[in-house]
Design a protein around this ligand. Structure first.
Ligand code: GUN
Length: 294
């Protein structure tokens, strides 16, 4: 059984990106810049945003975090985005989700210039991904990170049955759209299951590649997995754990203890897919910067 070390691969990618960023700085005197907007005081979002900013600095990119109060109006937020769209020192713009209820997520997504949408959420980027123009779009960071793990571990996916559990716009749908593309480390037969699929295990048991992104702790158990399957766990769920110092710990959507006994390869949580998300965000930001050089 191969334990897929996403932390190590993410560190390798960050080292590669750092070398490239340094070469650009030497040659042009310029560095890529990522601006992250966070609205309100969601504790999980604060941790994610801090980690994104820290990772930027580690690899020599410019990072800016704009903290806005919960009470900000949608118009004010959109105005801030329009300013960033015009700022040539900003190559990536990311608005951390979730947003307060009075703000329309989709209006925010549409406001970000597609060429700075390093999250890959804008319909222009989603559409380009769907029609296979992968070099001309930004790909949502978590699904992109999963494909990068297939590449770096040389896991063959071509002609395999890939079952994606979950249909979110951030993970499930772009994940399935990637895996169906006629490219190396994709090129799979793809099935999407979700919360309204009756008897999900009928499908998951047929998976050569199983990607869990449904947001339910320990949802995928050993009985739902074919022996020898490759299992990618995108879930990050906080569960109570009285033995932990904080009273809680993180688990994936996959019941790791049982599934790791039958899978041929599996990602742990934490330390699997999670660290890859930030690595791919940095990679997207560098790509955005490089496009401005030509
Ligand atoms: N919230 C949770 N994941 C993400 C992400 O990938 N991008 C943004 N913008 N918000 C998120």
């Amino acid at each position: 059984m191969i334990l897929i070390d996403g932390k190590k691969i993410a560190d390798d990618i960050k080292a590669e990106l750092k070398a490239t960023v340094e070469a650009h700085k030497t040659k042009t005197g310029k560095a890529p810049g990522l601006t992250v907007i966070i609205v309100g005081d969601n504790p999980a979002s604060q941790v994610y945003v801090r980690n994104k900013a820290k990772s930027c600095v580690e690899i020599g990119m410019n990072s800016d975090v704009i903290e806005l109060p919960n009470t900000i109006s949608q118009t004010e937020l959109l105005d801030k985005i329009h300013v960033l769209n015009r700022d040539t020192s900003v190559h990536g713009i990311l608005v951390q989700q979730p947003l307060p209820k009075h703000i329309d997520d989709f209006a925010v997504t549409l406001a970000i210039a597609p060429e700075k949408d390093v999250d890959g959420f804008h319909p222009e980027n989603v559409g380009r991904l769907m029609i296979g123009r992968l070099d001309e779009c930004f790909i949502s960071c978590t699904p992109f990170g999963v494909v990068e793990l297939f590449k770096r571990y040389k896991i063959s996916t071509s002609g395999k049955h890939c079952v994606v559990v979950g249909r979110s716009n951030i993970v499930g749908k772009p994940m399935a759209n990637l895996m169906v593309q006629k490219l190396d480390f994709m090129n799979s037969t793809v099935t999407i299951c979700h919360s309204s699929t009756p008897d999900i295990s009928v499908f998951t048991r047929q998976a050569d590649i199983l990607i869990a992104a449904i947001g339910k702790a320990n949802f995928i158990t050993a009985e739902m997995v074919k022996a020898g399957a490759v299992v990618m766990d995108v879930g990050i769920n906080r569960v109570e754990d009285k033995t932990a110092k904080s009273g809680a710990r993180l688990v994936g959507d996959v019941h790791f203890e049982s599934v790791s006994k039958i899978a041929s390869a599996i990602t742990p949580v934490p330390g699997g897919v999670g660290p890859m998300t930030i690595a791919m965000l940095l990679s997207n930001t560098l790509k955005s910067f490089e496009r401005t050089l030509n």
